[in-house]
Write a protein that binds this ligand. Structure first.
Ligand SMILES: Cc1cc2nc3c(=O)[nH]c(=O)nc-3n(C[C@H](O)[C@H](O)[C@H](O)COP(=O)(O)O)c2cc1C
Length: 336
């Protein structure tokens, strides 16, 4: 696959969602999308013993590891550890607006310091051969100066960063929480298009509130790729729909088959460190629109962990044809 094709379809890094189990599930639905881990702070890779589970993957390649940190040297040291886990890319988070990120001096607040980000990239590239990409926002707070974004991309791309994922809105650092920061301020795709025009040799991936196939077609006309977050959590099969559009030879995914394969994966991977719900919570969205879906979803996220033999219960549920009847087993391309 050439470099541009690799990024046409990306799944956004999402804490609490894009862990290795969800990525394994997504990879069965979509063979070609680029996947990302949840954000992990460099400090926690360096000093927290429990970070190992976040570093592992289930061979769902290609997958990029998203890291964040305030200190170029610590970031580079954390990447030395990430190197051992065979990821395909290092992605630097310059978009997280949370209080924790601000207190740690990483994430969106670094947008105002492109030189520091460039130094971080330089230090990281000394310790890894992996490509380094950057996920950022359009700017900070109520700043509406395009030149700041232009300058950020200029300074950082001079360190050989070729790929930028741009969440097409500013980050608001005070007064609203990260959740609200994903719906306000208003989305502004035009600036992302403009960055692509100003930097035609960079790979620019657009992100933010993208959920309709017709919009994806329009974006792909202007930039190199789309990155989708929440819609993939609600409806992972959108990845198969998009992939069929981009690569017409792609087969239609069958929900029930995928859930059966995931059950095998659970059986082979569950261990004493993980709860059954760490795996099954990702299945909740598969049952949307099916018979008894509300109950089934609550069961997948919580109640199943109280079962004596949860695997057997899951098997019974998955094999019950009636459960799958309401919405049919195959996904349909929804254009509107
Ligand atoms: C639950 C949740 C967790 C997120 N965690 C991260 C994260 O770890 N790193 C990151 O760069 N962005 C994170 N984001 C932001 C998404 O990557 C994405 O930029 C944002 O949701 C906008 O895309 P969407 O409208 O397609 O969801 C998160 C978003 C959600 C909904």
């Amino acid at each position: 696959m050439d470099m541009k094709d690799k990024y046409k379809l990306c799944v956004a890094p999402m804490m609490g969602h894009t862990d290795r189990h969800f990525r394994f599930l997504l990879r069965m639905i979509s063979k070609k999308s680029m996947l990302y881990t949840e954000m992990v702070a460099a400090n926690s890779i360096m000093y927290k013993k429990d970070s190992h589970s976040k570093l592992m993957h289930s061979n769902e390649k290609p997958v990029g590891f998203q890291v964040a940190g305030d200190e170029p040297k610590t970031l580079a040291d954390s990447v030395k550890i990430i190197n051992k886990y065979d990821y395909d890319e290092i992605n630097l988070n310059i978009g997280c607006p949370s209080k924790r990120a601000q207190a740690g001096g990483f994430g969106a607040c670094q947008f105002d310091n492109p030189e520091l980000v460039a130094t971080a990239v330089r230090e990281i590239s000394k310790v890894t051969n992996l490509p380094i990409s950057v996920k950022t926002r359009l700017g900070l707070n109520n700043n509406s100066n395009y030149n700041d974004l232009y300058n950020f991309i200029n300074v950082v791309s001079n360190e050989n960063v070729k790929v930028f994922h741009i969440h097409a809105r500013n980050a608001i650092l005070k007064g609203i929480n990260p959740r609200k920061n994903r719906s306000v301020p208003q989305i502004n795709y035009e600036w992302v298009y403009r960055i692509k025009e100003d930097y035609p040799s960079l790979i620019i991936i657009i992100n933010g509130e993208i959920s309709l196939i017709k919009d994806i077609i329009l974006h792909l006309d202007k930039v190199d790729g789309v990155m989708i977050g929440r819609e993939v959590c609600n409806n992972p099969f959108i990845l198969n729909d998009i992939e069929r559009l981009i690569y017409p030879e792609t087969k239609v995914s069958n929900k029930q088959d995928i859930v059966k394969l995931y059950l095998e994966y659970i059986i082979n991977n569950i261990n004493k460190y993980e709860k059954i719900t760490d795996f099954t919570k990702h299945l909740a969205c598969f049952f949307k629109g099916t018979i008894g879906s509300k109950h089934t979803r609550a069961y997948m996220c919580h109640e199943i962990k109280y079962e004596k033999n949860p695997i057997r219960k899951l098997e019974e549920l998955i094999n019950k044809e009636a459960v799958w009847q309401q919405d049919g087993l195959e996904s349909n391309i929804k254009v509107m």
